[in-house]
Design a protein around this ligand. Structure first.
Ligand SMILES: [Zn+2]
Length: 676
């Protein structure tokens, strides 16, 4: 049948629309089309091309499995072509798939049935193992060749560098999905907000972006995980007779396999499994899935069925789930005040059901994000909810605007204390700088008492509100002055609860410095940074005395955190608070701290050239014993360079950056302890 002109035109329009969307998604990391719209249009084009094969052009988006290869990475050919899956959006389409399978293989399908697996919403990766050792990691690319991202893949802890057991084939490609769990994703975005960097739209984009980082040390900081789902040998066969055995084998090799897989005899069983996963399991997973994958279990039957011309296998199908996304009206944008004074805008929505839960509020991160997304009060917006993550607004639906929507700007006054708000430098956040702001006080006290800070049992949000309202406390130091008699005079306090709260507060004085430092709520200082600083400096007084450079020289502490700590310590109000905590007997030191008072505490040292009396190892030990740290490359963070004979490029770099260069004798002098 010859296609009519309108079909030809429609196919051309779809091709260009989808090509642009693919480019935005894969190359620019800036998708503008929703996944749902993309899938719908993609399927429409696929249907036209199947009906009219003459309309399928070589450059059709349906001919491409994934991202075009980028020049920044070397390309690497896949052992065997990577396929993509056809989709089923409902049970009827699953039924059609079953019929198409049975038409070819008949009753044989019932011997081994089907396997069903979670469809992880991440980035597809092929891992090459030679004699059981990880040789390369390659992105899907165009399906034939992808980008060689081996250095980044190696940073993902759960991917085995060597397969367990003895039975690994000489050469094999294990395929699977790299993903980012929700918890890590949210934490990473919070850090990015704090550092003034743009947030990632969803865990999949974050995972794909991390894989294509040019600097593997950045990838290493991203909380990436991997699930394997296939393995192929050079001849195109799999190292197992069934898909189920293959998954078992991957597990034995130490390759993570997604949970909740099952074997089903009929498509009815598959539909039931999909129903349970979509409506019950999905919310508990902790990572994103966008469906289930159904595969004919018997590999021999898979071969019999083969693949279609558009590179989709006839023996597998993806049962897609409804996205955890809905469209609703953004009634208004409100602002909350956090403990560090950060003003966080959030969306107040017309209540809407998203993935089984009613959503009324959603995070908007900061004013720049709102401007970037062009969100206006009154807009219809796309709301995403994934697992336990706080729902967030993906963006507006501009087509539904009526003209009555109003642009939003950050208030110029704090909504809790009416003081003028501030922005610092390039920081994207807006702050209430009033340390006595009631909004900040409440959140600050809640943070001080929280589990990772001083962990004060029984000091709940409601209790803190009560103490603040009664005028018993005005800052965290006041907590230690509260008496049981004062508490008993308040509502909902008996003698027992009053005594135990006072005892819990008193016990918190013995918490180590790392918890206190985190509890103080210094901007950008998370639990991990607090631990690093406490371990390195050992005592709060040493941190107060340190310069921003010395603080920033601690591994894991960046310039933003260092300058924030220094600013906090230099502030008269915080210094007064610290003295009041000291007077109340709060512990200021850290057990197991490293060289708290060494002559090189906080220093970063680079060794280069050959030393005459000391070995490299001895010199390093000397520096570390004095509290310093030895690193391999010279940067602006280097305190000084020790140069021996025939020092090369590192010496040049030090001179270029104006870093101090000393010799061995001077090093020995500097590492001597005072009086020692
Ligand atoms: Zn305020």
């Amino acid at each position: 049948m010859r296609p009519d002109p309108s079909t030809t035109q429609r196919a051309a329009a779809l091709r260009s629309l989808l090509s642009r969307a693919q480019h935005e998604y894969y190359v620019l990391d800036r998708p503008t089309m929703s996944d749902v719209d993309y899938d719908t249009l993609f399927r429409e084009l696929q249907a036209i091309e199947r009906e009219h094969p003459t309309l399928q052009t070589a450059d059709s988006p349906t001919r491409r499995v994934g991202a075009p290869v980028q020049s920044a990475f070397r390309t690497r050919r896949h052992l065997v072509r990577m396929l993509s899956l056809d989709n089923a959006f409902d049970d009827a389409e699953l039924g059609a798939f079953e019929q198409s399978v049975e038409r070819v293989v008949g009753d044989a399908v019932h011997r081994q049935g089907y396997t069903v697996e979670l469809k992880i919403d991440g980035a597809a990766i092929a891992l090459t193992y030679r004699d059981g050792v990880l040789e390369a990691g390659t992105t899907r690319g165009d399906g034939t060749e992808g980008e060689d991202v081996t250095a980044n893949i190696r940073t993902i802890g759960c991917i085995p560098l060597r397969l367990l057991g003895e039975a690994a084939p000489a050469l094999m490609e294990i395929r699977g999905e790299v993903y980012m769990p929700f918890a890590g994703f949210e934490q990473m975005n919070e850090t990015r907000v704090a550092a003034g960097e743009p947030v990632f739209v969803n865990p999949r984009n974050a995972a794909a972006g991390a894989l294509r980082q040019l600097d593997p040390s950045i990838t290493a900081q991203r909380p990436l995980r991997f699930f394997g789902y296939a393995a192929v040998l050079p001849d195109g066969t799999a190292p197992a007779k069934t898909q189920w055995e293959l998954l078992d084998q991957l597990d034995l090799w130490g390759v993570p396999v997604a949970p909740h897989r099952a074997r089903c005899r009929t498509m009815g069983e598959v539909a039931t499994w999909a129903q349970t996963v979509e409506h019950e399991t999905r919310a508990q997973l902790g990572f994103a899935i966008d469906g289930g994958v159904v595969k004919l279990n018997d590999m021999a039957l898979q071969d019999e069925l083969g693949i279609r011309s558009d590179r989709t296998p006839r023996w597998a199908i993806a049962r897609k789930f409804a996205p955890d996304m809905a469209v609703t009206r953004l009634q208004r944008i409100d602002v909350s005040v956090g403990r560090t004074g950060v003003l966080t805008p959030f969306a107040v929505l017309e209540p809407v059901d998203v993935g089984g839960a009613t959503v009324t509020y959603a995070s908007l991160h900061n004013a720049d994000q709102i401007a970037k997304k062009d969100l206006r009060e009154g807009d219809y917006v796309q709301v995403v909810r994934a697992g336990d993550v706080i729902p967030y607004v993906l963006g507006p639906v501009p087509e539904r605007r009526t003209g009555s929507e109003t642009a939003w700007t950050m208030p110029t006054q704090c909504p809790r204390c009416d003081r003028a708000v501030q922005r610092y430098g390039d920081d994207v956040a807006t702050y209430c700088a009033n340390v006595a702001c009631p909004g900040r006080l409440l959140e600050g006290l809640v943070h001080f008492a929280s589990k990772d800070a001083l962990d004060i049992d029984g000091l709940s949000y409601a209790r803190i509100q009560q103490l603040l309202e009664a005028g018993l406390i005005h800052d965290v130091a006041d907590l230690f002055d509260v008496t049981a008699a004062q508490l008993q005079a308040l509502d909902r306090f008996g003698q027992k609860s009053a005594d135990s709260l006072v005892a819990a507060i008193a016990a918190a004085k013995q918490q180590p410095l790392s918890r206190l430092l985190f509890g103080l709520g210094i901007r950008h200082v998370g639990a991990q940074a607090a631990q690093l600083l406490a371990k390195q400096f050992g005592h709060l007084d040493a941190i107060i005395a340190a310069t921003p450079e010395q603080l920033g020289a601690v591994r894991g502490i960046g310039d933003i955190i260092a300058s924030s700590v220094a600013t906090y310590c230099a502030d008269p109000t915080s210094r007064a608070l610290i003295e009041r905590l000291r007077a109340r007997g709060v512990r200021f030191d850290e057990p197991n701290a490293v060289q708290a008072d060494g002559p090189l505490t906080g220093a970063t040292v680079v060794l280069t050239g050959s030393l005459s009396t000391l070995s490299r190892g001895d010199a390093s030990a000397l520096i570390e014993a004095a509290g310093g740290r030895v690193t391999s490359s010279v940067s602006r963070k280097t305190t000084f360079v020790v140069a021996g004979e025939e020092a090369g490029s590192k010496l040049e770099k030090a001179v270029e950056l104006g870093i101090e260069v000393i010799d061995e004798a001077e090093l020995i002098r500097r590492t001597r302890r005072p009086g020692g």
